[in-house]
Each structure stands twice: as C-alpha cells, then as structure tokens.
Design a protein around this ligand. Structure first.
Ligand code: NDP
Length: 279
C-alpha cells in the first residue's frame, strides 16, 4: 500500500495556514540559491509555492555562481539580523569554491530551518528539543501515519549523509527502533535488509533496492530522487517489483518529497515562535 506523502503534506500545510491566518506578523522564510543547478531551482520553486500556500512572507535571493564565500556570509549576516526573516535556508549543494560547513555554521541556529547547524545536529544527537532537518522529520511522520509501532522494530537505513541518513537513524532510535546504518562499505547489505521491518533508502542510485532484498510486509521509505535519461524520476527502490511484497511504501514522486516541504513549513513556524518569543 502506498503512503501518500502528498495528502499528508497537504493536511499539514492546511493546519499551518489556519495557525498563520491568526497571526498579526507573518513568519518569513529566506531561501538563498547560489548558481544554476537545475534540481536546486526546482526545489526552491516548490519551497516558494509552499510559502505562498501557508501565508508566509518569502524572500528568494538568487546569487550568481561566482559569488564569493565572503559575499554569501555577509548576506547571511544581514538575514540573521532581519526581523522580518525567521528562517534561513541555503539551498545545497553550493558551488565548490564555497565552504558549505562554514556557511551553515554562520546561520543563527534559531533561524536554521534546515536543522543543519552543528548546534541543532548536536542537540538531536543527545535527544534535546531542537530544529530537526526536514527530510528525516517528514519520514518519521510518514512512518507514524502507517500506525505501525516502531518499538523494537528492526530499521535499516541505507545511506549515511548528514542531511538524511544520520539524522533519520537518530530519530528511529529515539522512537525505539533497533537501527542498523548501511553505506557503500557495508558487507552483505542484502542480509541486513532482509532482517528489516523498516527500510529507509537514501542512496541516490535508481531502483537500488530490489524485491529479493526486502522482507514480506516490511515498511519502505524511499528517499531517492533520481532523474533518469528519459527525464522521468525514479526512487532508490524498485517500486514496481517491491510494491506488492511490502505492507507500506512511499512512491516517488509523491512520498518523501512533499513531506520534506511540509516539514520546512513546520520548522519555519517553530523558528518564528522562538524568535518572536511566543513559546
Ligand atoms: P549522498 O550522496 O550524500 O549519500 C548517499 C549515501 O549512500 C552515502 O552514505 C553512500 O555511502 C551510500 N551508498 C552509495 N552507494 C551505496 C551502495 N552501493 N550500497 C550502500 N550504500 C551506498 O546522498 P543524500 O543522502 O544527500 O541523498 C540520497 C538520495 O535522496 C538522493 O537520491 C537525493 O536526491 C535524495 N534526497 C531526497 C530528498 C527528498 O526530499 N525526497 C532530500 C534529500 C535527498 P558512503 O557514505 O559510504 O559513500
């Protein structure tokens, strides 16, 4: 059965809109795009559209590919001090001459809607309340929507990136799953996967997880967004063959992607409340 990320995301955005309609001052999100990466442009457009839907003030700043690190840091400093802006998102990847870690660390942690700042990442690690990065936050909502009990379940995360793999592993752990993290050096990945009640695939290789790698009735979260030569999108999971074997699976598109955006909207509201001293 599909887990419908589009529906869930719509519901969340409607709830946010209802809350925002009652506010005198609108939450403001700044999205910074450096360069011409086509995928990044699409993501930024989706984020802007979502802001309009929920009633946020959104500010898109597009900088040229040759923008210097110093110029970008100056811009972030301005946004950190802009009282109309409650969330700052720098679309990754950045051009190679810019140090992403330095840029992320320069964002006010209370405006860090992506949850990538080391302080927020560290708080997640030690289980403190924090701003949780959008994709993992959305994934947990998707799993919860299936009503399966994560307690003691075997969860396998394929991929160990800072933006998906590591934080989702921590969140699954917080939800009492027994978590195994797999990556490109993992030996016998198939064995780990066959043991899993929940698989989160964040590999970046189209149709990587095949039917013979998954246990019957397992829950599959497919994070992958891979553009194929014919222009279509494919996930990291071979949806066609896996779908009938498992109990729940997120489609691509229409699964994790929309929930990432919904979580961004939630995080912006959380940052707004912190900055405006509402909570
Ligand atoms: P990264 O490229 O940063 O990480 C990929 C991970 O997969 C690495 O940890 C790598 O291992 C692992 N890996 C690569 N090959 C294998 C293999 N053969 N076996 C096991 N593990 C392997 O990717 P991201 O985490 O940034 O993204 C993953 C996918 O999710 C991409 O398709 C991306 O587009 C998509 N994505 C989707 C989002 C959404 O909103 N839906 C948001 C973010 C990403 P190692 O560390 O050893 O190299």
């Amino acid at each position: 059965m599909d887990i419908n990320g589009r529906e869930l995301s719509k519901k969340i955005k409607n709830e946010i809109k209802d809350e925002v309609d009652k506010l005198d001052k609108k939450p403001g999100l700044a999205v910074v795009l450096v360069g011409e990466n086509p995928a990044s442009k699409v993501y930024v457009r989706h984020k802007e559209k979502a802001c309009q839907k929920v009633g946020y003030f959104s500010k898109k700043i597009v900088l040229q590919d040759n923008t210097s690190e110093e110029e970008l840091l100056t811009l972030i400093d301005e946004l950190n001090n802009d009282n109309l802006i409650h969330g700052i998102l720098v679309q990754l990847p950045l051009p190679k001459h810019i140090d992403s870690d330095k840029v992320i660390s320069s964002i006010n942690p209370n405006k860090d809607v992506d949850g990538f700042h080391p302080l927020n990442m560290g708080k997640l690690m030690i289980g403190q309340k924090t701003i949780i990065s959008c994709t993992p936050k959305g994934i947990i909502e998707l799993i919860k929507s299936t009503k399966i009990d994560m307690n003691g379940k075997n969860a396998v995360v394929i991929g160990r990136s800072n933006i998906v793999g590591k934080p989702i592993a921590l969140l699954l752990l917080q939800n009492n799953a027994t978590v195994t993290m797999c990556h490109s050096r993992t030996k016998n990945l198939k064995k780990h996967c066959l043991d899993a009640d929940i698989i989160v695939a964040a590999v970046g290789i189209p149709n990587f997880v095949k039917e013979d790698m998954v246990k019957k009735d397992c829950v599959i979260i497919d994070v992958g967004i891979n553009r194929l030569d014919d222009g279509t999108l494919a996930g990291d999971v071979d949806y066609k063959t896996v779908h009938d074997k498992v109990s729940f699976i997120t489609p691509v598109p229409g699964g994790v992607g929309p929930m990432t955006i919904a979580s961004l909207m939630r995080n912006t509201l959380e940052c707004y409340k912190i900055i405006e001293g509402i909570e």
